[in-house]
Design a protein around this ligand. Structure first.
Ligand code: NDP
Length: 284
């Protein structure tokens, strides 16, 4: 049977359109939804990410403020900017583009963001709320994976889900979100024994490893849904590829995300959704 190819680009566009309509309603009620983005230094990849985020803001009608600081900015200076944005009533979401230059204490900066403006969902308060099953803002990539599953009609409750990868920004929040939706969740990582057997139990596989095409058909149970979070550069062709060997896995699974065009576009769409949500939470 042909698998469903989950179209992340189309689903992300749908979400952005939903956000745009809601942002319009906010504006009609006299409220301007605003995202502040801080970029430190001149890392070209970070500059592209920030540009894309600003573009998405324009698409959905969110006002974006940007603060570009020199590469030699110290932790205290950055903290003072974050505090200023925390205090501003007209700012709903604050995003500090990562990675930060080495001299900056990244954790200290992320923890200084007001949890009510923490649009990336990285603050320990938001991580803790997710862990107790009362999420407020959730890390954008795993939140996007849930949207992909739900909007593609993949049932989650009661299913075996295996998340490969346990990072704080993808693997762990992913596992919590699946658990919240009543999947039976296993988190696998680099020290997992018999990884193939563990992943083969899954009805839903989420690969967030960072290893090009590591997950082959040998890891996949017939009919599983496979979500590929990985964004890797193929060493030979230089092209983008995921953690899943798409051509090998597609014939055995029921649904699969491509790379590019799967999870990638969802991250920014969820960022927009988070910003809108934060503006609403602050009004309550
Ligand atoms: P990290 O490097 O932080 O985490 C990778 C995880 O994979 C770790 O938990 C690690 O285990 C595990 N791992 C590494 N090698 C193996 C292995 N051989 N077998 C089993 N587990 C292994 O990566 P991220 O979570 O930040 O990102 C993962 C991937 O997702 C990357 O390709 C990244 O580019 C992509 N990504 C995509 C996003 C998007 O928007 N689509 C957003 C964020 C990330 P251990 O903990 O034991 O070291």
């Amino acid at each position: 049977m042909e698998p469903t190819i989950i179209d992340g680009k189309a689903i992300a566009a749908q979400i952005k359109e939903e956000v745009r309509l809601e942002v319009e309603k906010e504006r009609a009620a006299g409220r301007e939804v605003t995202l502040a983005v801080i970029l430190v230094g001149d890392d070209p990849a970070s500059a592209v990410y920030v540009r894309n985020k600003k573009k998405a803001c324009e698409t959905v009608g969110i006002r974006s403020l940007s603060l570009e600081l020199p590469a030699d900015t110290d932790t205290e200076t950055l903290l003072s900017h974050v505090r200023e944005l925390n205090d501003r009533k007209d700012v709903d979401g604050i995003l500090v583009q990562l990675p930060l230059p080495a001299q900056i204490d990244e954790q200290k900066v992320l923890r200084a963001i007001d949890p009510m403006k923490d649009v990336d969902g990285f603050h320990p308060v938001n991580v803790g709320l997710l862990a107790i099953g009362e999420p407020q803002v959730v890390s954008c990539t795993p939140a996007g994976v849930i949207e992909l599953l739900v909007r593609s009609g993949v049932e989650i409750a009661g299913k075996e889900a295996v998340v490969v990868g346990r990072s704080n920004i993808v693997g762990k929040p992913m596992a919590h979100l699946l658990l919240q939706r009543n999947a039976t969740v296993t988190i696998a990582h680099s020290r997992t024994k018999d990884l193939k057997e563990v992943v083969k139990r899954a009805d839903i596989v989420v690969a967030a490893v960072g290893k090009p095409r590591m997950i082959t058909s040998e890891y996949i149970k017939e009919g599983a849904a496979v979500i590929d979070v990985g964004i890797n550069r193929d060493a030979e062709t230089g092209k983008l590829c995921g953690d899943v060997d798409f051509d090998d896995v597609a014939p055995v699974c029921s649904a699969i995300t491509p790379v590019p065009g799967g999870v990638g576009p969802m991250t920014i769409a969820m960022l927009m959704k988070n910003c809108l949500e934060l503006s609403r939470i602050r009004q309550r």
